[in-house]
Write a protein that binds this ligand. Structure first.
Ligand code: FMN
Length: 204
């Protein structure tokens, strides 16, 4: 029963080489993201995860904002050249999924359950990661390539620009951006450390 899931988990990879097209129709992509958001676990079922899918001009607008924000802080040199080429590749993908946690939801549960005040930020980011990997895996299972980026919170100015440009509530805190599209090349080779050292099975 778990074989299909595990196969999909192994297929999910970081792929930076993406085409500006998608062999998966938009309504299927939307259905995947909706299902992942709907079923994602969240602390005390607060359902704090949010996702925004952008394609076409909206996708271009997002990466223009991110690129301008990030590049203006980088001097000429190898680091800037690398970042520039990465940003160009993200902008050249078919679309992006912006992931958020609604801070208003986290604040509300914190007021209700103050004994977990210290834990809620961790639990919120755990839930965000679960949502990201669920979407990433599902897109991969459909044959799409994707990667996980964190430029959405690069500066306060960028955060404000993203909220304003896409008319999003300011309580939505960026947790990641996932550029996606048809893979234009296979992902880079991945190496694995010994699994026996990373998983223990204790039988008593
Ligand atoms: C919490 C987290 C943050 C990550 N942030 C980035 C990132 O900002 N940029 C990036 O290119 N990859 C990012 N990655 C992807 C990892 O580099 C990648 O998953 C790892 O190298 C293993 O490769 P794989 O995704 O192909 O399995 C992130 C992954 C995780 C789990």
């Amino acid at each position: 029963m778990s074989d299909a899931y595990l196969k999909a988990a192994a297929t999910r990879r970081t792929n930076y080489v993406l085409a500006n097209k998608s062999s998966v129709p938009d309504n299927k992509i939307e259905a995947i993201v909706q299902a992942c958001v709907l079923h994602n676990p969240s602390t005390f079922n607060t359902q704090s995860g949010r996702a925004v899918i952008v394609t076409g001009a909206a996708h271009a607008k997002l990466w223009k904002l991110v690129s301008e924000s990030q590049l203006k802080t980088l001097e000429q040199g190898p680091r800037r050249t690398l970042v520039e080429s990465r940003l160009k590749a993200f902008a050249g993908a078919y679309g992006s999924i912006m992931f958020f946690e609604d801070q208003a939801v986290i604040d509300a549960i914190t007021v209700k359950m103050p004994m977990f005040t210290k834990q809620f930020p961790t639990w919120s980011s755990n839930s965000a990661g679960m949502l990201q990997v669920a979407v990433w895996t599902a897109l991969s299972a459909e044959g799409l390539g994707a990667s996980l980026q964190h430029n959405g919170a690069y500066s306060d100015e960028l955060v404000a620009d993203i909220h304003k440009t896409f008319s999003l509530p300011t309580t939505w805190t960026s947790t990641a951006i996932m550029p996606f599209g048809d893979p234009a090349a296979p992902p880079a080779e991945k190496t694995f450390g010994p699994i026996e050292e990373r998983v223990k099975f204790i039988k008593e």
